[in-house]
Design a protein around this ligand. Structure first.
Ligand code: GLA
Length: 365
């Protein structure tokens, strides 16, 4: 029995640590945030005699429609919906027989590094799964969600965002994910800490520019170092990788230096993910873990700034400002970079006051 009317939603995410490791077969440690995207899907019988079905959707009073089977990318929010129906068709799921009407509401800011796009994609998949009783697991949705971005939208993102958004249950838990095997472990945010997200207001995009360039640089380095994934390399062998990158004839020395820095970021970041996960688990038993957590956030940010070069001066200043606030136990740029948000850990009970102080100082930046 088809489900004629249903409401599905998906939370946004913030990545605690493990940046630009997901498309390098590495480790990530994201968590859900309370802001979410909600999709109301209604099916109505098609009165047309041909087998063409209309999909119509509305978001923020912007209404679009297209015929199922005629999905075309037009650099618009509706590309996410078109990508979802196209991939479902390609995978031979039966989503035919009805006109589909969708209403989207979201309190996730777009372009803020909090995965508004993956939340929309996962909410749409959930709505389609509920409406047509499709046999898709949470991990299937994550994989198809990444394909929507890669193959239809044209953003060569990794699997972290759809994976955590589809698989994790509630804000307050983090997911330690091995993006190569897709094995994951749920880790509770320590009781003594809360997560604070500060949106810089500088919009970022994963479709082009720096994000794409970084991905290509990693692919180039992996080729020279004869590995499929940079994350399969060993942090202890960095000097050997440096020698190999500089000895490659086709790379200029500045290019070799750049590639080496990208490799160093990926390998050191994977190491920080492991350490942060252990520090979260050990925090109740050892207060020294708190210092380690702060150091890991600081070194992750420095690595994104100096080795991966995805930060910008405005974000560096914001990270500095947030880090200097009392009761903050770590702050860093989160997400793809070149704008977006800063994630911080704050001592429980001090989130609101810290946020207020930061906002008033941010206005003076
Ligand atoms: C964006 C992408 C993710 C990941 C991060 C950087 O959020 O969607 O796949 O690569 O950037 O860690």
């Amino acid at each position: 029995m088809i489900n004629i009317n249903n409401i599905s939603s998906a939370y946004g995410r913030v990545n605690l640590i493990g940046e630009h490791t997901d498309y390098n077969g590495g480790l990530v440690f994201p968590t859900l945030i309370p802001e979410k995207t909600t999709v109301q899907l209604t099916l109505s019988p098609s009165h047309s005699h041909s087998s063409s079905y209309l999909v119509s959707a509305n978001s923020n009073n912007d209404t679009i429609s297209y015929l199922l089977g005629e999905e075309k990318n037009c650099s618009h929010w509706s590309d996410y919906l078109k990508g979802v129906t196209k991939i479902l068709r390609e995978e031979n799921f039966n989503i035919f027989g009805y006109n589909i009407n969708i209403n989207i509401e979201s309190n996730l800011p777009m372009g803020s590094g909090l995965s508004s796009s993956a939340a929309l994609i996962v909410a749409l998949f959930r709505a389609m799964v509920n409406a047509f009783h499709l046999n898709l697991s949470d991990i299937d949705i994550a994989k198809l969600g990444q394909r929507v971005e890669n193959e239809f939208v044209g953003a060569r993102v990794g699997i972290m965002d759809p994976m955590v958004i589809s698989v994790a249950q509630n804000p307050g838990q983090a997911l330690f994910i091995d993006t190569k095997s897709l094995c994951y472990q749920t880790i509770d945010i320590p009781d003594s800490l809360e997560i604070l997200v500060i949106n810089s207001g500088i919009s970022h995009s994963n479709r082009s520019g720096g994000y794409l360039k970084r991905r290509e640089e990693c692919e180039e380095a992996a080729k020279i170092l004869n590995t499929t994934y940079l994350s399969d390399l060993n942090l202890q062998n960095l000097s050997e990788y440096k020698r190999l990158l500089f000895s490659q004839q086709s790379t200029t020395s500045s290019n070799a230096e750049t590639l080496f820095k990208r490799v160093r970021h990926v390998l050191s970041e994977n190491d920080r993910v492991l350490k942060l996960k252990d520090a979260f688990i050990n925090l109740a038993a050892s207060s020294s873990s708190l210092n380690l957590i702060k150091d890991l956030f600081a070194s992750s940010h420095l690595s994104m700034k100096n080795d991966y070069e995805v930060s910008i001066p405005e974000i560096d200043r914001l990270v500095e400002l947030v880090s200097s606030e009392p009761h903050i136990h770590g702050a860093r740029l989160t997400g793809g970079g070149f704008g977006g948000s800063v994630v911080a850990l704050v001592e429980k009970g001090y989130k609101e006051i810290a946020y207020k102080n930061i906002l008033s100082k941010q206005q003076q930046l």
